[in-house]
Every structure is written in structure tokens, then in C-alpha cells.
Design a protein around this ligand. Structure first.
Ligand code: KG4
Ligand code: ZN
Length: 336
């Protein structure tokens, strides 16, 4: 039996992406167009601009993904597209394109939950058995999930206010470090003293596995405001490092509690854009080692938004027999 070949489409935020993935885990193509330059002047993603950019670029990217994979649409077994959650204009562009292709080529359509794309990514890169603990940390999400099977997710914890990527982005804005914030804060923090500022450590020691970052963000703002203006480079670096260290401590505390809720030895997997942060990765890896569980972190290009993860989630569902109707609705909100 030849492995399934799936075309994946992602357009739920500010990346336009298409990919072709095979059921034996081969990524035949994975093209991602970042809209960073379109949104940079606004210091954040503007939904209207994002949707228009997806309209302009998606078809060409799909053409490229097929060409690079060396396959024709006729050879594809199914078309998987993000059907939510996300910025609804972008989701509509991707899902409608997928429907048109499915209809025109007579192929099955599979609507994928974007979060599920992140959640199943580790199985695209390695033989990771269920169940595993997923720490999903991105610009829009901050969750601890027990991944028990395809379509079987149990939420152990979530943020009660901001997502962690959002906290990085807002901190970067406060410190004038530029956009996107995550990588800018990480860069500045490398030259900073993480012990200089005593910031609050939200949720640490509390029961449960939930997160909270809005108090930390406020503390960063107040601390920055109390320093001589304009901020000196060293002050920025020290504040960035102090912020990042607190985020790391919160993450470790919450994740340690979630590990205790999983069957012993279940792998710890980290995914989402914030998983690109080397400091956080190192601390989570140390936690996994200390608690005796395997640690899996997909390569960074598969951690940030991409279509290979959507194609892969499509493959997992395709194998399980799922097919979606052409009147499938896009969803701005869609909890796993
Ligand atoms: O998964 P992603 O590409 O998009 C979604 O939000 O779904 O994640 C983007 C987020 C942004 O908030 C960005 O600032 C953050 O991930 N990020 C980082 C780093 N690289 C990206 N945060 C901290 N450190 C990084 N190195
Ligand atoms: Zn994402």
C-alpha cells in the first residue's frame, strides 16, 4: 500500500503556507510566506491586511508546493486546510481554496483544527506514541494538553488572560525592541542580567496547571517606567532577561504539575512559535530529564506556523477515515 499523499494549506494568521506530506513522514515540500513586513508598521497582525495577502499569494504557493514535491493534484489523496481557530478572514481564504481544489479535482476535503496541527507535529518527525503531554505555546495559545489519540485531547491547563507569545510581543513593544517580539526579547535577554529585577512570578506554587501573564506584563511596564528615559540598552537587556527568566520559571512550574497528571514516562512535547526560544527549551529539557520523561521538540521551522503540520494532521485523520463535507464551516474559535 502506498502512503497517503496530502496537500496542506495554512492561512489562519500571518503566514501563508502550502505543503505536500506523505504518510511515511516524508515532507515533499513545505513553503511558507511570512507577512511580517506587511504588518511590521502596525506592530502586530492586522486581520484585513492578512486576509488580502492570503488572497494574493495562496494559489501561487500551492503551485510551488506541488511543483517542489514533483506531484500533480491528480496524485494527491486528500486536501487538508486549517478550518480554524484563527483570524476568520484568513481561515476563509484557505478553506475556500481547499474546497475549490477538492471539488475541481474530485478529492476529499479535511478541515483541520490549527491547534491539532501543532499537537500532532511531533509524530511527523519521530515515532512518538500516545499519550504524550503537549505544551503548546504560541502567539495565540498557551495550553497544556494530554494528547491521547488523534482527535482525543484533554486540556490540563490554559492561560486565564494573555498567551505567552503575546506577553513576549507586548514586552518587546514596551521596551522598544521591535516586531515580532519573541525573537527580539530573546536577543536582548542574551546580554542581560536575569536577576536584576524582581518581577512577580504569576501562578507559581498554585494548584492546577493554568497560566497567567497579564500581571507580569504590567510589572514590566511599571519597572520600565521607573527607569531613566529613554531606556538604556543595558536596562532593556536586563528587563528582557528578567522577564524571560520568569516566563521560564512559570512554564517549568506549570509543566511539572501537568507531568504528574500523565501516565508515568509519557513524553513531554513542546510546540508553537514560543518553542523556538532557546532559554525556554533548555529549561523544559532539564525538567524532562529531572522527571525522567522523554523530551521532544520539533525543529523550529515546524514549531512556527506552517502547512506541513496541517497536511500531517490531515493524514492522521485521512487514515482514520475522516472526510469533511464541502459545506464545512470556518471557525474563528474552536477549542480542541
Ligand atoms: O506558532 P506561531 O508562529 O503563531 C501562532 O501564534 O499560532 O507563534 C508566534 C509567536 C509570536 O508571539 C512570537 O513572538 C513568538 O511566537 N516567538 C517567540 C520566539 N520566536 C517566536 N517567543 C519567544 N522566543 C522566541 N525565540
Ligand atoms: Zn500556530
Amino acid at each position: 500500500e502506498t502512503p497517503a499523499l496530502v496537500l496542506g494549506i495554512e492561512s489562519s494568521c500571518d503566514e501563508t503556507a502550502a505543503a505536500v506530506v506523505a504518510g511515511d513522514r516524508r515532507i515533499l515540500s513545505n513553503v511558507v510566506l511570512s507577512q511580517l513586513d506587511d504588518h511590521r508598521p502596525y506592530g502586530g497582525v492586522v486581520p484585513e491586511i492578512a486576509a488580502r495577502a492570503h488572497v494574493s499569494h495562496l494559489d501561487g504557493l500551492i503551485r510551488r508546493a506541488l511543483d517542489e514535491a514533483g506531484v500533480t493534484l491528480a496524485e494527491i489523496d486528500a486536501i487538508a486546510a486549517t478550518a480554524g481557530p484563527g483570524l476568520i478572514g484568513g481561515v476563509i481564504v484557505g478553506l475556500t481554496t481547499a474546497k475549490a481544489l477538492a471539488l475541481g479535482a474530485g478529492k476529499p476535503l479535511i478541515g483541520v483544527n490549527h491547534l491539532e496541527g501543532h499537537a500532532l507535529t511531533p509524530r511527523l518527525v519521530a515515532e512518538v506514541p500516545f499519550p504524550y503531554l503537549l505544551l503548546l505555546v504560541s502567539g495565540g495559545h498557551c495550553q497544556l494538553l494530554a494528547v491521547e489519540g488523534v482527535g482525543r485531547y484533554r486540556r490540563l491547563g490554559t492561560t486565564i488572560d494573555d498567551a505567552v507569545g503575546e506577553a513576549f510581543d507586548k514586552t518587546a513593544k514596551l521596551l522598544g525592541l521591535g516586531y515580532p517580539g519573541g525573537p527580539a526579547v530573546e536577543r536582548a535577554a542574551a546580554a542581560g542580567d536575569p536577576a536584576r529585577f524582581a518581577l512577580p512570578r504569576p501562578m507559581i506554587g498554585r494548584p492546577g496547571c493554568d497560566f497567567s501573564f497579564s500581571g507580569l506584563k504590567t510589572a514590566v511596564r511599571e519597572t520600565a517606567a521607573a527607569l531613566p528615559q529613554p531606556l538604556a540598552e543595558q536596562d532593556k537587556a536586563d528587563l528582557a532577561a528578567s522577564f524571560q527568566a520568569v516566563v521560564g520559571a512559570v512554564m517549568v512550574d506549570r509543566t511539572r504539575r501537568a507531568i504528574a497528571l500523565m501516565p508515568p514516562g509519557s513524553p513531554l512535547v513542546v510546540a508553537g512559535g514560543v518553542a523556538a526560544n532557546k532559554h525556554l527549551r533548555a529549561r523544559l529539557e532539564a525538567l524532562a530529564a529531572a522527571t525522567g520523561v522523554p523530551f521532544v521538540a520539533p525543529p523550529i521551522r515546524l514549531c512556527t506556523d506552517n502547512a506541513a503540520m496541517i497536511a500531517w494532521a490531515g493524514i492522521e485523520h485521512f487514515r482514520a477515515g475522516r472526510r469533511d463535507p464541502l459545506d464545512l464551516k470556518p471557525r474563528a474559535r474552536w477549542p480542541l
